[in-house]
Design a protein around this ligand. Structure first.
Ligand SMILES: Cc1cc2nc3c(=O)[nH]c(=O)nc-3n(C[C@H](O)[C@H](O)[C@H](O)COP(=O)(O)O)c2cc1C
Length: 367
């Protein structure tokens, strides 16, 4: 098998030793106030061999909190908590972006610090039941429709969280415009029924909020530290997009040339995002090919690079279960299976205890 994944890449001023990116993955390892637990630093440092790590989704302010024990980047305690993580990753030789994930209509008063009703583009609830704090389930609440002031606030919340990310030592931020969260809710059909300039009247209106967030964050921390993730047509959490092409082509064209760090696209069976948008985007493109499919393996990543569809490939489940994923790809070694039972628990089991290849070698040598 070819090994293009293992070749270096220059991402702006960052020198990536390989093209294997750790995809963002929510793991619920935060204190109740949203400060990451100490084991979060261990978890990411174990995976510092990635070309680039993208953290789990982080709420920019409690107004965007989608779930209990998800981490935030709002308070001084959050910044201190994340500083421990970035220091550990950098000390281990890695690079790390924070994913800013505003939940929009996601979230429930029983799973939010503010105990309030979440707000999204329109009062359309997520499909239920939803998870709430302490392992409970509840019927979804109808979100509040965001006012113009709420929209302004959401833009500002992304800016202050991006500034906090810089203070915490991150190399950049990825704005989560994918997989059913706030930015995606403005882009999709069923979640955006607004009749103002942020509504679906035209493609320009539909992409207005995503563009405002991109411009504001890039203006605050630098375009080269700002990235965007999109998942055109992804039906996750009840999203519907009948014709993603025109919307995402316009968005890709509008952000092309801003000098962003990268565009992170998830492909899926409903819309060939990589094939359609790659020609419209001249910056770095990270591909994710596993959404709604089996976990991505080495061959799938190599195929995307060989076809010229992306510069880097992100791996979610494979990286979660294999802290030394690049070394395993280099040796075409077998991969650990994922521990499904501990995906969303709060301890180190199924989190920081996945074995590395060298552990097997040491065990065989009787050491
Ligand atoms: C446990 C888990 C949590 C995830 N959380 C996030 C998240 O916080 N933000 C996000 O953009 N994608 C999230 N994803 C999607 C992954 O980033 C990735 O797109 C998906 O797992 C497909 O890639 P894979 O085949 O390499 O696993 C999550 C996936 C998993 C398995």
């Amino acid at each position: 098998m070819t090994n293009t994944l293992l070749t270096p890449y220059a991402l702006g001023t960052l020198r990536l030793p390989n093209r294997i990116v750790m995809a963002p993955m929510t793991r619920f390892r935060a204190h109740e106030d949203g400060t990451p637990l100490p084991i979060v630093a261990d978890y990411y440092a174990q995976r510092a061999g990635a070309g680039l790590i993208i953290t789990e989704g982080i709420w920019p302010s409690r107004r965007g909190q989608a779930g209990w024990r998800m981490p935030g980047l709002e308070t001084a305690a959050h910044v201190r908590g994340w500083r421990r993580v970035t220091d550990a990753v950098h000390a281990a030789g890695g690079r790390i972006f924070a994913q800013l994930m505003h939940g929009g209509r996601h979230g429930h008063p029983l799973s939010r610090l503010a105990a309030d009703i979440p707000a999204g583009p329109s009062p359309v609830p997520v499909p239920g039941p939803v998870h709430v704090r302490d392992g409970g389930k509840a019927d979804p609440v109808v979100p509040r429709a965001m006012t113009r002031a709420d929209i302004r606030q959401a833009v500002d919340d992304h800016v202050s969280a991006a500034r906090n990310a810089m203070a915490a030592g991150f190399d950049g931020v990825e704005l989560h415009g994918a997989n059913s969260y706030l930015i995606h809710q403005f882009l999709a059909d069923n979640t955006n029924r607004r009749d103002d300039e942020y509504g679906p009247r035209s493609v320009e209106d539909r992409i207005r909020f995503p563009l405002e967030v991109v411009h504001a964050v890039a203006g605050a921390i630098g375009a080269h530290r700002t990235a965007l993730r999109l998942s055109p047509g992804n039906p996750q959490a009840g999203m519907t997009e009948a014709d993603p092409g025109p919307v995402y082509r316009s968005l890709a064209t509008a952000i092309d040339g801003l000098g962003l760090a990268y565009l992170h696209l998830t492909d899926n069976d409903r819309y060939p995002a990589l094939a359609d948008l790659r020609p419209r985007w001249h910056g770095t493109l990270i591909a994710n090919v596993g959404e709604n499919r089996a976990a991505t393996g080495k061959a799938a990543g190599e195929a995307v690079l060989a076809a010229g569809r992306a510069d880097l490939v992100s791996y979610g489940r494979a990286f979660l279960a294999n802290p030394d994923l690049p070394a395993r790809f280099a040796q075409d070694a077998p991969l650990n299976a994922i521990d499904q039972a501990h995906l969303y628990t709060h301890g180190s089991a199924g989190y920081t205890d996945y074995p590395r290849l060298e552990d097997r070698t040491l065990a065989r040598a009787g050491r």
